[in-house]
Design a protein around this ligand. Structure first.
Ligand code: TPP
Length: 348
């Protein structure tokens, strides 16, 4: 199990492979951590759908089911002092970064023990302890913030990196281009990671973008660029790992097109599929469920048995139930809390 700098075990964030360590795929202990992280997100999101349906969660709610290899693969490579920023589809990444299921579920329920004290909700997970800088609702709005964090790291002489997750629709917003230009110009330690799940709400990438190999947009900003299979957690780790190294050692940004698919609708307002894609297409992608692929790899390699998978699944369901019970018992923030956290107090 990976250790934090303070020596505490940190299950979700396994360390990046070192020279001489077994290649990804051969490392049974690492694979178990990856499977656990992905399964936790899956079971958590299934319960979120249920909680939303019975009114425990209000507002918007975008599920992450199908994309778990992206969060787990990339965030399993980060150090504790690195940074993460993302969009509204943020529950899975919050969990993979190590925010507790209790704090994420309480946030979803709008309760005081949530990671943003119940004020953010589904789209605005935030946690200073894990350098998780949100959860942002405006498409593309967080990309300049990522560039700003990259600038701050460099200005202070640090060797941290920031991973900035975004949907593929973001590449058509102005903020994306402004931020990538600055990151390319100033050589900022940013990994711009596009979670390309093929649809922005109901609009296919091909109907919205003049080019389809969207990582090529990085060429305009003199930036390294790459793409990978987002259903294969090992492929994600390899490609994102190279980008993290480049950011950390050379302070060079990278734009990555991680090709994935969301198994649910855009949000709980179109929870299942929608009219914009065919059932045949969905069925085709369901065959490449990232969790099933990793599990099959581990079973073939003799790294896990059916019974062990079952036991792990049961344990995780228990953790998610505990998070639900915890969130349900947590109080709503008091009315006065409306006036807190509005301005930063710079006087004390
Ligand atoms: C500036 C802005 N325009 C429109 C919206 C409405 N909106 C919310 S999600 C979304 C689609 C974004 O798709 P994508 O970036 O591919 O991410 P995904 O939802 O697929 O993860 C849109 C247009 C918004 N939130 N912000």
């Amino acid at each position: 199990m990976a250790k934090t700098k303070k020596g505490e075990p940190r299950p979700a964030n396994a360390a990046a492979p070192q020279n001489g360590a077994p290649a990804d795929g051969d490392d049974a202990a690492l694979n178990r951590e990856l499977l656990r992280s992905m399964l936790l997100q899956r079971r958590f999101e299934e319960r979120c759908a249920e909680a939303y349906a019975i009114g425990k969660i209000g507002g918007f709610c975008h599920l992450y089911i199908g994309q778990e290899a992206v969060s787990t693969g990339s965030l399993s490579l980060l150090r504790d002092d690195d940074y993460v920023i993302t969009t509204y589809r943020d529950h899975g990444q919050a969990l993979a970064r190590g925010i507790t299921p209790r704090a994420v579920m309480a946030e979803l329920f709008g309760r005081i023990d949530g990671c943003a004290r119940g004020k953010g909700g589904s789209m605005h997970m935030f946690d200073r302890n894990t350098n998780f800088l949100g959860g942002h609702g405006i498409v593309g709005g967080h990309v300049p913030i990522a560039a700003g964090v990259g600038f701050a790291i460099k200005y202070r002489g640090g060797d941290q990196v920031i991973i900035c997750f975004m949907g593929e629709s973001v590449v058509n917003t102005g903020a994306f281009h402004e931020a990538l230009n600055m990151a390319g110009l100033w050589k900022l330690p940013c990994v711009f990671l596009i979670e390309n799940n093929r649809y922005g709400m109901g609009t296919a990438l091909e109907r919205a973008s003049a080019i389809h190999d969207i990582h090529e947009r990085g060429a305009a900003y003199n930036m390294h660029r790459d793409f990978c299979d987002g259903q294969d957690v090992f492929a994600v780790r390899k490609t994102v790992g190279e980008a993290i190294d480049r950011a950390r050692r050379e302070q060079q940004p990278t734009l990555i097109d991680v090709r994935t698919y969301r198994f649910m609708g855009h949000s709980m307002s179109d929870a299942v599929s929608g009219t914009y894609r065919s059932k045949a297409e969905l069925d085709e992608y369901l065959k490449r469920d990232p969790i099933a692929l990793l599990r099959a790899h581990m079973q073939d390699a003799g790294q896990i048995t059916d019974d062990e998978v079952h036991a792990l699944d049961e344990e995780i369901k228990g953790i998610v139930q505990d998070s639900w019970d915890f969130a349900d018992a947590s109080p709503e923030p008091p009315l006065e809390a409306l006036y807190e956290d509005v301005y930063v107090d710079t006087t004390s």
